[in-house]
Design a protein around this ligand. Structure first.
Ligand SMILES: Nc1ncnc2c1ncn2[C@@H]1O[C@H](COP(=O)(O)OP(=O)(O)OP(=O)(O)O)[C@@H](O)[C@H]1O
Ligand SMILES: [Mg+2]
Length: 274
């Protein structure tokens, strides 16, 4: 009999100095939801709520060494990937997943909220052929779904079509995020070979949505690492992110961060700071 899951998530992602997205968001979400986060840093970004002004990519060797140091000793129940940067790094992470066979939540990060590219164009093909087939869950937003499938993704129906195309390409399941689809209601679709579940809610009118995608994927990873079924992990993660947006602390002059720590302050309602 295999050991019960222990909530361990190895995050392979970039650092966001602003603390709202990237591995900072990942660590906060995983910790608050009861998991344990370890990290293999792929890049250091110079970033705040206004955008990304510098990037230092670490070498695939150094990224792999961090991951192996964690896996050889601490272990992981789930691996979650975020910003990978280039084709060589994508390929190296795929090699790691081949070697370790740990369930993987792959967030195919391509562009930062401020518009800066976080994945080289030349890496998209490697992502499709090498990483996508290893995804237990792939979590693209609408532009990423379009780039990965070549389909136009403007509506919820488009999101559904692209989701099925991504399953065809080998993803185990897809969580198609609706943040970039126009409309008052916001619909995310979880599509698995067994069927579809929609997660729907009102679009919250706010500029504080920095790191929503990283946070959602990490929250799902934490749930899976704690042994929850995929549908439950996604439902919990969706509810966690919606409330984290509602309680955003109002920091910075651009796309501000969420309140990852809201479950620690259960009595509080509404925004914390003005
Ligand atoms: N204004 C909003 N109100 C409510 N939920 C939102 C809002 N914006 C995003 N979300 C939710 O946040 C999650 C992330 O979706 P989104 O499509 O924004 O991902 P993303 O583009 O990858 O984010 P990021 O820019 O952080 O990488 C989804 O569950 C989405 O429904
Ligand atoms: Mg994203």
């Amino acid at each position: 009999m295999s050991a019960p899951p222990r909530g361990r998530v190895l995050v392979i992602a970039g650092s966001d100095s602003g603390g709202g997205a990237g591995l900072q968001a990942d660590i906060k979400a995983i910790t608050v939801l009861g998991g344990f986060a370890a990290t293999a840093v792929t890049a250091i970004t110079v970033q705040n709520t206004l955008g990304v002004s510098g990037v230092l990519a670490l070498s695939p060797d150094l990224i792999e060494a961090q991951a192996r140091a964690v896996l050889d000793d601490i272990g992981a129940d789930v691996i979650k990937t975020g910003m990978l940067g280039d084709a060589a790094t994508v390929a190296r992470v795929a090699d790691l997943l081949d070697a370790w066979r740990i369930p993987a939540v792959i967030d195919p990060v391509m562009v930062a909220k401020g518009g800066q590219a976080l994945l080289a164009d030349t890496a998209v093909e490697t992502l499709i052929t090498r990483l996508l087939p290893r995804a237990t869950l792939l979590t693209p937003n609408a532009p990423e779904a379009a780039a990965l499938t070549g389909l136009s993704v403007e509506t919820t129906d488009d999101l559904r079509r692209a989701g099925h195309a991504l399953l065809e390409l080998g993803a185990g399941a897809v969580l198609m995020k609706g943040g970039h689809i126009a409309g008052d209601r916001l619909v995310d679709l979880l599509i698995t070979p067994q069927g579809e579940t929609a997660f729907e809610g009102p679009r919250i009118e706010t500029r504080h949505t920095h790191g929503t995608g990283c946070t959602l994927a990490s929250a799902v990873a934490a749930g899976l690492a704690l042994g929850r079924p995929l549908g439950t992990a996604v439902a919990d993660a969706h509810a966690y992110v919606a409330q984290a947006i509602r309680r955003a602390p109002g920091l910075g002059a651009g796309h501000g961060p969420l309140d990852h720590g809201w479950p620690l302050r259960p009595g509080l309602d509404g925004p914390r700071l003005k």
